[in-house]
Write a protein that binds this ligand. Structure first.
Ligand code: NAG
Ligand code: NAG
Length: 434
């Protein structure tokens, strides 16, 4: 939804008059979220990179290096037991380790791009989700995912067995959490969304998230110390609201009521990698409002994702910030792939764009709410992208950043299929490379 407002409380005067204690609690809620918003803004300012093209360059160097050293890495792995098929530097960081299960937290060192440094629950205990139910939103049962994500301390959350979790209402995270579904087939589906509101340092890895519905809202616990009223939720798969240092990796996403991944309200230091997205209209929204200049801090890396069957538009749709869209494979869209308004900087490198057969939908890009004389100044750059079936990218503005002489170009789009080959949730077996 475009108008992604601060989801607080909306109660009719009638109830307020009847229950003065409720009114007091609403005032308390507003204060609680105001404090959280203030802290989140400070965290975002700290995470913001004044030279974002350096981050893009570093990312490209990692990819380049992983190609050069891949033979050496194999020889160097002492416990190498089979063909490790990791095809990109994020995966090479952990997938070839047959002891991935014992070394789960290795993943915490693998984020590249703007989300680099996201460690999630690295410094915490392992929390094992044993119960797929979600019945009590105020006092969640120990062993449930909801109980895990509201805890104050850092946690590395894993799953005892495969399960389907139907969220009764929004799942609201606290700081320093990893959700690591490796080794189990975990679906979050047919219920409400995951919401990261004013939090930092979150890794979400290895889930299937689909058929997410609008949520009814109501009383929900958002942390051990607090619960409050929430209005309805949009029906995104994952919604980032004023959050920083978030890494979303190897998620399979499809068919939700609203967006698949929304990044809004001054979120920053985000990497979305190795995801496989299908069957959806509004895929990803980065910045929800042309009027909210607080989104100038938005900095997102979108890498190694496969935008597959049945997608329509917004892969992503950007506003205000800096977006490095690199080494993704776009095999289908109906309207366009990358769009935006309000002068976002878009650096598209090494993607493969396969246009649909519709002669009117060959353009990768789409600009909204601006005359050509205005959008001509927006920095939208395409480099080393592979254009197929008539796809074309309309560039504009100056090439982003002052790339130094040592500029290492992104791996060309002809590698995108290989780099994204294992996108989506992957099946990992204990004691085997994944
Ligand atoms: C790895 O080694 C093989 C055999 O020596 C060679 O053919 C291949 O090109 C090398 N691959 C890389 C990525 O260096
Ligand atoms: C989250 O982790 C950071 C970095 O390790 C730490 O400074 C902070 O206190 C943690 N927050 C909580 C609520 O534990």
């Amino acid at each position: 939804m475009e108008a992604n407002k601060l989801r607080l409380l909306c109660f009719c005067v009638f109830y307020l008059a009847l229950f003065p204690t409720l009114r007091a609690s609403i005032a308390h809620d507003a204060q609680f979220w105001q404090t959280r918003a203030r802290e989140a803004k400070q965290a975002a300012q700290k995470a913001y990179k004044p030279n974002p093209h350096d981050i893009a360059l570093t990312f490209n160097k990692h990819v380049d290096k992983s190609f050069k050293s891949s033979n050496g890495t194999r020889r160097g792995l002492s416990k190498y037991t089979g063909p490790c098929l990791a095809t990109n530097p994020i995966d090479k960081c952990w997938r070839c380790d047959p002891n991935w299960e014992k070394n789960r937290k290795k993943l915490a060192n693998c984020a590249l791009g703007f989300g680099h440094g996201t460690t999630g629950g690295k410094n915490g205990k392992i929390y094992v989700v044993t119960d797929s139910s979600d019945h009590d939103l105020i006092n969640p049962k120990p062993g449930t995912l909801r109980h895990a994500v509201i805890q104050n301390e850092p946690l590395w959350i894993i799953f005892k067995h495969s399960m389907n979790i139907k969220l009764s209402s929004e799942l609201i995270f606290t700081d320093n959490k990893t959700i690591d579904a490796r080794g189990a087939n975990v679906h979050i589906s047919n219920g409400a969304q995951m919401t990261l509101q004013y939090v930092k340092n979150i890794i979400i890895h290895g889930l299937h998230i689909h058929d997410i519905k609008k949520g009814g809202g109501g009383l929900i616990r958002d942390s051990v110390n607090h619960y409050g009223y929430r209005s309805s939720s949009d029906g995104d798969a994952i919604s980032l609201f004023g959050s920083s240092h978030v890494w979303i990796d190897h998620i399979s996403l499809w068919n939700c009521d609203d967006g698949l991944i929304d990044v809004v309200e001054g979120s920053t230091a985000i990497t979305i990698s190795n995801c496989h997205m299908t069957r959806h209209n509004d895929v990803m929204l980065f910045g929800a409002s042309d009027g909210y200049s607080g989104d100038k801090v938005l900095q997102v890396t979108v890498a190694f994702n496969h935008f597959g069957k049945g997608l329509i538009q917004r892969m992503p749709r950007c506003r205000w910030g800096f977006f490095h869209i690199v080494n993704n494979d776009y095999t289908q869209w109906v309207m366009y792939a990358i769009g935006g308004s309000q002068q976002p900087t878009i650096l598209s490198q090494g993607n493969r764009f396969i246009a649909p057969n519709n002669p009117n939908a060959k353009e990768v890009t789409k600009r909204d709410y601006a005359a050509e004389s205005v959008w001509k100044t927006w920095s939208w750059t395409s480099e080393n992208d592979l254009m197929r079936n008539g796809a074309f990218f309309v560039q504009s503005g100056k090439k982003s950043g002052n790339f130094p002489k040592t500029d290492i170009k992104a791996k060309p789009g002809s590698y995108a299929a290989s780099l994204t080959r294992f996108s989506g949730a992957i099946k990992c077996v204990v004691n085997k490379p994944c």
